[in-house]
Design a protein. Structure first.
Length: 284
């Protein structure tokens, strides 16, 4: 992929958030002036005309276009943009528990879900040809700031806002998953790896648009350098069988400083040219 094409896709992805912000206000407000409607339609149509040709895979492009066109039964972006405030004739305004929504083309289902799918397809276009080491580096750059992120939450001292406590690996995974969603729309926790010898294992997180598996480790007295390395090696042998795995990122959180040589662990297990490529990051 040329640098110019990647830059254009990144600009288009950035534009999606502005479009979402504008159009998300229409139905809650219940009023859209003709000028606002026209401006919103033109903004999306301009985006769509530039984005659609950049999706190179034929089946992905067909899906991208279907997210706009919709059909006779499933209404998507086109229907929402044409009639965002059309009332559903089966809605009962006198019932607070009416199963039929007020709007015929609900923003969340008719527009937002389809638009997010289009964004994911654009993101996949970047990573389909990109070296997985690029995604691993970007993820690593974010998590090097993870300790500062935790400290900011712990020191906030806002009333009724509890500070995060990482006492077990599940606590760590909650925060890691939230951080990953700052970078990727499609973050799949506990995705299964194909069976081997009758058993199934799960990855902590899968980023399908980047082809990256993310694993977390929380050290303890009995989980030090050698044991961490052995566990990662065993896990990675299983994760490599996942059809979407082109790279593995391991975040090792060592607040108790049980690791004797974290730099050595990172160096020994990071392989940018491997298959899959791997990256280990130790943070305190």
């Amino acid at each position: 992929m040329s640098a110019s094409k990647r830059a254009e896709i990144e600009r288009l992805i950035d534009e999606t958030y502005e479009i979402e912000s504008t159009l998300s206000e229409w139905q809650p407000r219940g009023v859209v002036t003709p000028a606002e409607l026209r401006a919103g339609q033109e903004k999306y149509q301009s985006w769509y005309a530039r984005a659609s040709p950049l999706v190179s895979d034929p089946s992905s492009r067909e899906k991208f276009q279907n997210m706009y066109e919709g059909g006779m039964v499933i209404k998507r972006i086109k229907s929402f943009l044409a009639h965002p405030l059309e009332i559903n004739q089966f809605h009962d305004p006198n019932s607070k528990e009416s199963p039929i929504p007020k709007w015929l083309h609900v923003y969340a289902s008719a527009f937002l879900d389809s638009f997010q799918t289009q964004r994911t397809l654009l993101q996949a276009e970047i990573y389909a040809v990109a070296e997985p080491s690029l995604a691993l580096t970007e993820i690593g750059d974010m998590f090097t700031r993870f300790p500062r992120f935790l400290q900011a939450l712990i020191r906030s001292k806002k009333p009724n806002v509890p500070a995060p406590k990482i006492e077990k690996e599940e606590d760590l995974q909650v925060l890691v998953g939230a951080c990953l969603r700052l970078m990727y729309d499609d973050v799949r926790p506990e995705d299964y790896v194909p069976e081997q010898a009758g058993g199934r294992s799960r990855v902590d997180f899968l980023l399908p648009t980047a082809g990256i598996v993310v694993e977390t480790k929380l050290t303890r007295e009995s989980l030090t350098d050698r044991r961490v390395g052995e566990e990662l090696a065993i896990d990675w042998n299983r994760y490599a069988r996942h059809p979407d795995c082109r790279g593995i990122f391991a975040l090792v959180y060592d607040p108790g400083r049980h690791l004797m040589n974290p730099a050595g662990l990172e160096s020994d297990l990071t392989q940018s040219q491997g298959n899959p490529a791997t990256r280990v990051l130790v943070i305190h």
